[in-house]
Design a protein around this ligand. Structure first.
Ligand code: AMP
Ligand code: MG
Length: 532
């Protein structure tokens, strides 16, 4: 019997480097890279890599078994210390608009793509290490990632996947055994923190900024190569590239983006840094940085302290920001189309497309059969009452599913008691607020009765779109605090919890409650910076 070599099932197939123009310079020094989509660069070896966790679902999708993932080779490869035969590591060149301003060349400053693989179902994936050392795009930074941000990226990508939200994935989380210096709040207090590397996985990591960079440089030939490549690979159902297909492609990117944002709004996810370099061309949630989850429902909330004054990327602004970003993408691909009108039409359609998708989602969140024009007020008033006092969004929707809509004889107290858990400070609920909430609840009861849906049917339906468990900001921080002490149990516990976000998990109720008070103003729980 011959024993199989670990990872030998990975079918490495590097279409990106095979088909797109490479940077002819292979030195790893920082520079402007022209007329090329990527630069060859190797990961920097690390001292003492240790596997903290891996995603079973992601491993399985790649065709990897526990034998593969538990092997020393797995840790060495996904820490950047070894390459498998056929891997041709590279960093991508891209640009981007950051906080509304063109920032020029950015690129994979600390992401190194190991290569691409195709699984037995013919699905294509790029394997990318985040935090594996300097690249020509590292600008003034070190190419590394710290443990806290790596834990956050690892857990959140998989949590989003299990919530049914389009996202890049995470295969593994590995500590490097090295320290990385970071000034977390850019206030002159640098600290040494443990370093880590996440292996991210997606069909492609192309971003809006991947296209913008070539247009900004007037390099339309490379732009065309990249757009045609994108269409032939991840959008091949649209047909061979042509002006007509470019427009269809843009339209599909708008639709995928709208779909992703609807899901973010559904679960209360705030990305935090929706720069055009952080918007995936595939409509996947990408680049988990200072993201956060709404606790109290507040459309103006952003977790990102770097954005605290303008709140450009606040929760309620995400749909509009996505359109602003799509507008930049339209500008970037305009030279291939040379007609403004159809691009403008598609961009305008984004608004109605988003509204329609959001209407359907809101209908599902309330467990209603379909959206009726008369529901407008019901939705609007809900948006208002959620903001009267601090109301936990996740708990509210989950408890709303338990409101008895068949019994209209209930007193206000009885009605309110079902949703009471969602309130951070019940003392703040004045008579006036109680009246308003109860009036809404009674309207909701009537509306459900109009549908003729039973309590049980409605609850089951609502509980498939309103999660019980999300990665509350403080939960991630508790796991990080322990991980920084070398204890990774909670990272694995949360990974397990978040594999079933819609299920009741009787022994995990502690993770379905409101944010504890100590976490209200703690760094990492309510305030995050871009430092990672
Ligand atoms: P972000 O907005 O965090 O996605 O990053 C913006 C740009 O900064 C990207 O080009 C990143 O690759 C780069 N970047 C962020 N952190 C680092 C780092 N520690 N080293 C090198 N480049 C980085
Ligand atoms: Mg980024």
């Amino acid at each position: 019997m011959t024993s199989k070599t670990p990872l030998s099932t990975l079918n490495i197939n590097n279409r990106f480097v095979r088909e797109l123009p490479a940077d002819p310079v292979t030195d790893n020094n920082r520079r402007q890279v022209l007329s090329s989509c990527f630069s060859y660069v190797s990961p920097t070896a690390v001292k003492a890599p240790q596997l903290v966790s891996y995603s079973i679902e992601m491993a399985q999708q790649l065709g990897l078994s526990s034998y593969d993932c538990d092997s020393d080779l797995f840790t060495q490869v996904f820490a950047g210390n070894s390459l498998l035969e056929g891997m041709q590591p590279y960093a991508q060149c891209y640009g981007g608009h950051q906080f509304g301003n063109w920032a020029g060349q950015l690129g994979d400053g600390r992401a190194i793509n190991l290569g691409e693989v195709t699984n037995s179902q013919g699905e294509h994936f790029t394997l990318q290490l985040k935090g594996a050392g300097e690249t020509p795009y590292s600008r003034t930074a070190d190419g590394l990632a710290v443990l806290r941000s790596s834990v956050r990226e690892f857990l959140c990508s998989e949590a989003m996947f299990h919530l049914g939200i389009p996202t890049t994935r995470a295969l593994s989380l590995i500590t490097t055994g090295e320290l990385v210096g970071r000034d977390m709040f850019y206030d002159g207090h640098p600290k040494k923190e443990p370093g880590a590397i996440v292996c991210r996985v997606a069909p492609s990591f192309l971003r809006f900024g991947s296209y913008e960079i070539f247009t900004a440089r007037g390099d339309i030939a490379t732009l065309k190569k990249l757009v045609d490549f994108t269409i032939r690979t991840d959008f091949s159902h649209l047909g061979e590239p042509s002006i007509d297909v470019y427009l269809k492609w843009f339209s599909e990117v708008c639709e995928r983006t709208a779909n992703m944002i609807v899901h973010w709004m559904r679960v209360g996810f705030v990305h935090g840094v929706m720069n055009t370099d952080n918007l995936s061309i595939l409509g996947l949630t990408i680049d988990y940085g200072p993201y956060g989850w709404l606790e109290g429902y507040d459309p103006d909330w952003t977790p990102n302290t770097t954005d605290a004054s303008d709140r450009r990327y606040r929760f309620g602004h995400q749909p509009q920001i996505a359109q602003w970003n799509l507008f930049q993408l339209a500008n970037a691909i305009y030279p291939l189309i040379e007609q403004a009108e159809p691009l403008r039409d598609i961009l305008n359609d984004y608004v109605s497309l988003y509204d329609k998708k959001w209407q359907i989602m809101r209908t599902d969140k309330l467990g209603l059969k379909e959206y009726l024009d008369t529901d407008k007020d019901l939705h609007h008033e809900l948006h208002e009452i959620l903001q009267l006092v601090e109301t936990d969004m996740t708990i509210f929707y989950r408890q709303l599913a338990n409101v008895d809509t068949q019994n209209i004889e209930q007193t206000d107290e009885q009605l309110m008691s079902t949703i009471m858990d969602a309130y951070y400070d019940p003392e703040q609920i004045t008579e006036q607020i109680k009246d308003r909430v109860c009036t809404w609840l009674r309207q909701y009861q009537q509306r459900v009765q109009q549908d003729g849906t039973s309590n049980e049917m409605r609850r089951n339906k609502m509980n498939t779109v309103n999660p019980k468990y999300v990665l509350r900001n403080y939960m991630a921080q508790l796991a990080i605090d322990k991980a920084e002490q070398g204890n990774f149990d909670m990272v694995n516990e949360l990974l397990e919890l978040l594999r079933h976000p819609y299920d009741e998990q009787i022994d995990k109720e502690e993770f379905a409650v409101k944010r504890p008070d100590w976490a209200r103003h703690r760094a990492g729980c309510s305030m995050l910076s871009c430092s990672s």
